[in-house]
Design a protein around this ligand. Structure first.
Ligand SMILES: Cc1cc2nc3c(=O)[nH]c(=O)nc-3n(C[C@H](O)[C@H](O)[C@H](O)COP(=O)(O)OP(=O)(O)OC[C@H]3O[C@@H](n4cnc5c(N)ncnc54)[C@H](O)[C@@H]3O)c2cc1C
Length: 809
């Protein structure tokens, strides 16, 4: 065994083997994989081997597409049979909502180059004669689906990696990980130590235990999962003889099951409601190539549906029942990337569909390690999307919810109930008393809208407009015509202090730093010029700053700042030690002025001022800006003052007709002001030139990514963020939810990032990326919303107050 290596990958399942292979592909060959028993001994060996490209997140779908396309190549190069069966797959819908979901999935697939077809139930029956047509109304057919042999695939990755110089040590257990002061690692195994620059946790069923070796509690939980294999069936033999090929795979939403041919019989797997976690606290190290006891009673409801939907199964004998564990993160997506705050420590775990996703996970992680950039949009898989609130018990509740919803639709306006409320601010009860409908983001409850008194605070889930629509319209009108109050604690807040802070931040930020007492907007870029983050920067002293950013990116952004930290600079995540309320609308100044002695007149407290003032008796930092684009203030206080602040502002606002507004209204108001948002318009795969962040881009100073920006400005951006005015279907109006394809001249040319109905301007608006040369104001496009192509005009400027007079008044 080597005593040192550039990388030690811990775990020889399909994911670890893929990471190893991709590292060698990118030229890192001093890499080893350490496996405690034998390759595939965790979840991989008993996987059903199914692979799909369909995923609710289009970027994950793209990586699944990459994975499926990789198998022929590694099979050929390694000489290892991967057992590839590309039979295509049907996703079957039994009702209108599911059919809408399939149409939307097909539409998303268009800009990813995926060739998927919507077919009728009769066509589905023709392709898959085992199904009973009466239970379905249609299906999505995807040619790029099938199944592989999980062991063959793992060995093929390993074989290719070995050919390139990688070494694999089986029967070698990593028992401890110790970091040296220089950031490198001592990997302690039962066969000796390896000194490594980087470690990768691909521990699968033991990822949590490997995390604990370095003090991490990863949000990962294993679930039991069952599938059964039937004896050979005459119906299958008949089909094979008649067509010359195998049956396609089937995903059946209503049955919450998947079905495919296995040999001369069928394989049927379920995601049952009565799901059961496995080893919820600790995975035993003694577990080795084992299966769990089958429990057919638990999947009986799904089997009942299966026997109705596929009657031939009822007469088939069961040859084998497999029950095995595999791991999930709380939202069902993998945990990939560098661990925030720990140098040279990478995750590739919680991969619940290793045969569909393992290739993409390996590719992006290897690129991230070698190039410093995953090269694809992996936001949905980034290990930094969870904070320390994702405890063992939280993870348990969320994973069970996620497992039992595997075949359920999550609507764009749906908030899932498990593990809530958990993280709340002091005004939670006040806002609940005002009939708040709550959402949760990054673990924190935040008000979405305020139901009318006497009605139940509940939102109907839909792809179209919900019962919130008229109420949100009223909230928007309150802000634009009088004054609205909302909570704004769901920003990430950071404080940067210490000698040299200004110089340090200036090197990270694309905009010049504001003067003391002022705020401005800025972006931070990676060396390739991609957007790492966008922030409001408030300066309260020469070397003293508050930064405000997207809350869901708190761990992601902290990782970036901390990995660039300079001597003498202190970077603190303020989290809920600073909470806020925001006043917005033409009456905002009158309300706030009535409770403070500091003059708020524009000449004394102009737009983009940020100062420490007293509000009533409460010490506060007050910034004159709001995301509504109206006259407004964000008032930031320590949490112990937030309730008093709420009562004060609410009382003071009564003479001015104050009303509460929530996140839905905020999203509507920001759309009519053409304000982009993190994780939609601004993501690490876009650049500030593409995202038209020109106001935040000042080329008068040096900053990370500047050379890339200059080069892009010189050649012109390949794509540009457009702002669209959409004409919805008058009969059944629906607004965009995000990720819809944008058509032009009969072809898909781009995709929607986000949008909303702008209630005050009465327009359905959307943002989306299109090729730079097509982004001509007034140009006509079409946006495909739930299977309908709706006209969309590219607008040159905000539909409301383009000169920004309201916020400066
Ligand atoms: C019944 C069932 C059916 C499934 N069907 C499908 C399917 O159809 N399609 C699909 O895509 N996915 C399917 N899956 C999921 C799939 O099995 C997993 O996504 C995949 O196996 C995860 O691979 P992994 O490499 O992350 O983890 P694992 O396979 O668990 O591998 C982790 C490896 O790390 C090793 N290890 C851990 N800790 C250490 C240590 N300290 N030192 C050394 N080695 C260590 C372990 O021994 C193990 O071999 C199924 C799962 C089950 C249970």
């Amino acid at each position: 065994m080597k005593s040192s290596a550039q990388v030690v990958v811990i775990g020889g399942g399909v994911v670890g083997a893929s990471v190893l292979f991709h590292l060698t592909e990118l030229g890192w060959t001093d890499v080893v994989l350490v496996e405690r028993t034998e390759l595939t001994a965790g979840s991989t060996w008993h996987a059903a081997g199914g692979m799909h490209t369909l995923n609710g997140d289009p970027n994950v779908a793209k990586l699944q597409q990459y994975t499926v396309g990789l198998y022929r190549d590694i099979e050929q190069r390694s000489g290892q049979d991967c057992g590839i069966h590309m039979n295509g797959g049907l996703t079957l819908a039994g009702d209108r909502e599911r059919m809408d979901w399939l149409r939307m999935a097909q539409a998303r697939g268009r800009y990813l180059g995926m060739d998927m077809e919507i077919i009728s139930a009769a066509e589905a029956k023709r392709m898959f004669p085992l199904l009973e047509e009466q239970y379905f109304i249609g299906a999505l057919f995807d040619r790029a689906e099938g199944h592989v042999d999980p062991t063959g695939v793992t060995r093929a990755y390993a074989g290719c990696a070995r050919q390139a110089g990688a070494e694999i040590y089986q029967h070698t257990w990593v028992s401890d990980l110790r970091q040296r002061p220089d950031g490198t690692w001592d990997v302690i195994t039962d066969s000796g130590e390896i000194h490594a620059e980087h470690i990768v946790n691909a521990g699968g069923l033991w990822a949590r235990e490997v995390g604990r070796m370095i003090g991490l509690e990863l949000p990962v939980l294993a679930m039991e999962h069952m599938y059964l294999i039937t004896e050979d069936m005459p119906e299958v033999a008949e089909y094979n003889a008649a067509t010359g090929h195998e049956l396609p795979m089937g995903m059946d939403f209503d049955g919450e099951l998947y079905i495919r041919q296995e040999g001369g019989g069928m394989l049927l797997g379920t995601y049952e409601q009565a799901c059961v976690p496995w080893s919820p606290r600790e995975t035993p190290w003694t577990f080795d190539r084992q299966l769990l006891a089958p429990d057919l009673d638990r999947i009986a409801p799904s089997l009942e549906v299966a026997f109705k939907h596929y009657p031939a199964l009822a007469d088939a004998g069961i040859k084998n029942v497999i029950n095995g564990p595999f791991t999930f993160a709380p939202d069902g997506n993998p945990l990939v990337g560098p661990v925030p705050g720990v140098r040279n420590c990478w995750m590739a775990c919680a991969v619940m569909a290793g045969l569909s996703q393992g290739g993409g996970v390996g590719l992006t992680l290897a690129r991230w390690m070698v190039d410093g950039d995953p090269g694809e949009d992996i936001w949905a898989m980034d290990v930094a999307r969870f904070g320390n609130w994702a405890t063992l018990a939280y993870t348990n509740a969320k994973v069970r919810e996620n497992y039992s919803r595997r075949f359920r639709i999550t609507f764009p306006n749906e908030e899932l109930p498990a593990a809530r409320p958990l993280h709340t601010t002091p005004v939670y009860d006040r806002l609940t008393a005002h009939n708040a409908v709550w959402g949760a983001s990054f673990g924190l409850e935040h008000p979405l809208w305020f139901q009318r008194p006497g009605s139940e605070p509940r939102e109907d889930v839909t792809f179209r407009r919900s019962n919130a629509f008229p109420v949100v319209a009223e909230e928007c009108a309150t802000v634009r015509e009088r004054v609205g109050l909302t909570e704004c604690s769901n920003f990430a807040k950071y404080r940067v202090t210490g000698a040299g802070s200004a110089g340090w931040l200036q090197r990270l930020f694309t905009n010049r730093l504001p003067r003391t007492g002022r705020i401005n907007l800025t972006a931070a870029l990676d060396p390739g010029g991609h957007i790492v983050g966008e922030f409001s920067v408030a300066r309260v002293g020469t070397d003293d700053f508050f930064l405000f950013g997207s809350q869901i990116a708190e761990a992601h952004h902290s990782r970036w700042f901390l990995s660039h930290l300079a001597d003498g600079v202190r970077f603190d995540v303020l989290a809920l030690s600073l909470v806020g309320l925001s006043l917005a609308g033409p009456g905002a100044r009158d309300v706030l002025q009535s409770v403070t002695d500091v003059s708020l007149a524009t000449e004394d407290y102009p737009f983009m001022t940020f100062r420490r003032i007293d509000v009533g008796m409460i010490p506060a930092y007050v910034g004159r800006m709001t995301y509504t684009g109206d006259l407004g203030y964000e008032v930031w206080v320590a949490p112990e003052y937030q309730r008093a602040l709420f009562d004060l502002l609410w009382q003071a606002g009564r003479p001015f007709g104050i009303g509460l507004f929530g996140f839905r209204a905020l999203m509507s108001l920001r759309m009519e002001k053409m304000f982009g948002t993190w994780a939609r318009e601004y993501r690490p795969v876009y650049t500030p030139v593409q995202a038209r962040m020109h106001r935040s881009l000042k080329l008068d100073h040096d900053f990370i990514g500047r050379a890339a920006v200059e080069a892009e400005l010189a050649r012109g951006p390949a794509r540009t963020l457009g702002y669209f005015d959409i004409t919805p279907d008058p009969a059944e109006p629906a607004d965009v939810a995000g990720d819809e394809p944008i058509w032009h001249g009969g072809a898909v040319v781009g995709w929607v990032t986000s949008g909303a109905y702008a209630h005050y301007s009465r327009r359905s608006l959307a943002f989306g990326y299109v090729p730079g040369e097509l982004a001509v104001p007034g140009a006509m496009f079409e946006v495909e919303i739930i299977g309908q192509r709706r006209p969309a005009r590219l607008l040159p400027e905000p539909v409301l107050d383009p000169a920004g007079q309201r916020m400066r008044a």
